[in-house]
Design a protein around this ligand. Structure first.
Ligand SMILES: Cc1cc2nc3c(=O)[nH]c(=O)nc-3n(C[C@H](O)[C@H](O)[C@H](O)COP(=O)(O)OP(=O)(O)OC[C@H]3O[C@@H](n4cnc5c(N)ncnc54)[C@H](O)[C@@H]3O)c2cc1C
Length: 579
């Protein structure tokens, strides 16, 4: 059965970015706004963010948005667009105060200001050592952001379609006119007709086997956009967070190092002193993740294994219980390790997509190097690439990206909706999706999707991970293409219509395969090392040939075509990056 709905504005995703956009759509302009989310909104991955949100409030020491911008540009390995970074760092101060006014319960300084702590790559006086810039609510900052934004959405009359999975975006006559969604409870398809759509579906860490990302982070937004001819930007830049729980990938926030925790190898040595003499354990994430891999490769992993220790024992029980309560709980529950008394076994974990759907600073999707937009189509949050993170994101800058560009995209969408009429729907908008769903259900015997997914994740982890080289990436490409062929015969065991999560997992696997292919193709294409993209066969950054963004498009034959667009540089000329 097919249902039809009409709205002014649709937001796909009930995470931090989506809900911030929805607040601005509904509050300022009273537009009819709906948020469509495959999860109940407060279960979105934003809720897992622990460490904090960056803003140069200067509550505990001198700080300035310009310093924040410098750190972000340097952290990005000079690939971030500097106009966008300046906008984000400038608006950071105001947006954090806005969150406070919405009711977000930040941790406090003794005199009642928002508390701030140091984080990797954030410095004072442009590189002179760590600065306290991360605003936090204990180690539950993302959780508090989600709760606060959800309450404000409800207050403003935003309508929610929870457990509706968007499976296609409708483009007609050169503009976006809505989405097609699958209702998880019934298996029905819904056509959401609207003047504009904001894709805010979060990340896609599930293309890797060891990841901090939730099961739902399958990149549905970028995948549907890609299949409708929208390019994806800088997909080769995927961040590995240095400290995931060994074998599980569950994140231990950088806040532990921000509070003074240190990394140690098998000899008990604080090895980051060798790799980053000034910032040490608080160097940027790509630098620390590579250092850990290097230690393990040279046999200094704990007991020769593929992990090192994160040692927070000397912080004392009081600091740990007050500032890092959830982390302490995770370690006790999952590892049987009490971080008050013992070091935590950690390894790098796939964490954050710097790349995604290309947008300008107003969240409009931009498809080429001339700034051509698709009217009515927006993207925000981890799904989007503005690009404020370039080759490597600094901790605390994602939550910031969500709220700054969630807000900006909401404002711009509102203006657009006030002017625009409702475009006409494409003919038979559910045809392609319905046919593919039927096909998946009709396969009687074959391989389970979980087997293909595991092979994909292992391949990406081994060959398109922290270190990369030509031969491995070619193998990864071949493997992904083989898996795409095998996907044609995967079998969905549950043939029912209600809560058919089997079917949806198979659907999500298709998204993961498409995104993995674009990631591997973009990585193979970029013949230099920059930020998180670290090639053993091209170990140096090459500004002469590669100071440019990648735009990858899916060809009609299913292959990947690569194009480029320039990086915007305003005040910070590219320099060598030393921490
Ligand atoms: C464990 C962890 C800790 C982190 N800690 C920090 C931190 O301390 N500071 C920081 O700055 N960043 C942190 N990050 C990164 C940051 O939290 C994420 O990048 C950010 O929360 C992503 O927000 P989002 O709104 O883009 O997406 P999400 O919060 O992931 O929300 C995505 C939404 O899209 C919906 N959705 C997805 N697919 C579909 C579909 N097909 N149809 C309908 N709805 C769909 C989901 O239901 C969900 O509501 C952390 C990330 C992780 C994984």
């Amino acid at each position: 059965m097919i249902h039809t709905h009409t709205y002014d504005a649709l937001v796909v995703g009930g995470g931090g970015a989506g809900m911030m956009a929805a607040i601005y759509l509904s509050r300022e302009s009273r537009l009819r706004t709906a948020v469509i989310s495959k999860l109940y909104p407060t279960r979105s991955h934003t809720g897992a963010a622990q460490g904090g949100i960056g803003a140069a409030l200067g509550n505990l020491e001198e700080d300035h948005p310009e310093w924040h911008a410098f750190d972000t540009v340097k952290g990005s390995d000079y690939l971030g667009d500097q106009d966008a970074i300046e906008t984000m760092c400038r608006e950071a101060v105001d947006v954090v105060i806005e969150l406070e006014h919405m009711g977000l319960p930040f941790s406090r300084t003794p005199d009642g200001k928002i508390a701030q702590r140091p984080f990797g790559g954030h410095t004072h006086h442009q590189g002179q050592g760590p600065v306290r810039r991360s605003c936090y609510a204990a180690d539950r900052t993302g959780h508090m952001i989600l709760q606060t934004l959800y309450q404000n959405c409800i207050k403003n009359g935003v309508e929610f379609f929870d457990e509706f999975q968007v499976v296609d975006v409708m483009l007609a006559e050169g503009r976006c006119v809505g989405v097609v969604a699958y209702e998880v409870a019934t298996g029905d398809l819904h056509v959401f007709h609207s003047k504009s759509v904001n894709l805010a579906t979060g990340g896609f860490g599930r293309i890797f086997s060891i990841t901090s990302n939730a099961h739902a982070n399958t990149g549905d937004g970028p995948a549907v956009a890609l299949r409708r001819g929208i390019p994806l930007e800088d997909m080769e830049f995927y961040q590995f967070h240095p400290t995931g729980i060994y074998k599980m990938g569950i994140l231990i926030t950088e806040g532990v190092r921000g509070e003074g925790g240190v990394l140690r190898n098998d000899y008990g040595e604080r090895f980051m002193e060798r790799y980053a003499p000034t910032m040490k354990d608080l160097a940027s994430r790509d630098v620390v993740a590579r250092a850990i891999y290097q230690e393990m490769r040279e046999g200094r992993g704990i007991n020769g294994k593929r992990y090192v220790y994160l040692d927070a024992t000397y912080l004392g029980a009081e600091v740990i219980e007050q500032k890092l309560p959830d982390i302490a709980d995770f370690c006790r529950t999952y590892l049987g390790v009490d971080p008050v008394h013992e070091p935590m076994p950690i390894q790098p974990t796939a964490h954050y997509a710097m790349g995604g759907i290309p947008t300008n600073v107003d969240g409009c999707v931009v498809i080429d190097d001339r700034g051509t937009v698709v009217p009515g189509l927006y993207a925000a949050g981890e799904t989007a690439c503005v690009s404020v993170h370039g080759g490597n994101r600094l901790g605390t800058n994602s939550l910031l990206d969500l709220v700054v560009f969630g807000r900006r995209s909401g404002l711009h969408m509102a203006e657009f909706c006030l002017e625009a009429d409702l475009g006409s729907l494409p003919e038979n908008p559910t045809r392609d999706v319905a046919a593919e769903l039927e096909r998946l259900l009709s396969v009687a015997a074959g391989e389970p999707p979980a087997r293909l997914r595991q092979e994909l994740q292992d391949t990406m982890m081994d060959f398109v991970g922290v270190f990369r080289e030509e031969e491995g990436m070619r193998q990864a490409m071949d493997k992904v293409r083989e898996l795409k062929r095998r996907y044609e015969a995967v079998v969905v065991m549950d043939k029912g219509r209600r809560f058919n999560t089997d079917l949806l997992e198979a659907w999500e696997l298709r998204n993961l395969l498409d995104l993995a292919e674009v990631t591997a193709a973009s990585a193979l294409n970029r013949k230099e090392s920059r930020g998180a993209h670290s090639r053993e066969d091209f170990p140096n950054r090459d500004d002469e040939n590669w100071l440019k963004h990648t735009l990858a498009v899916q060809d009609v034959d299913g292959g990947v075509r690569i194009d480029y667009k320039p990086v915007t540089i305003t005040q910070f000329e590219p320099k060598e990056r030393v921490y």
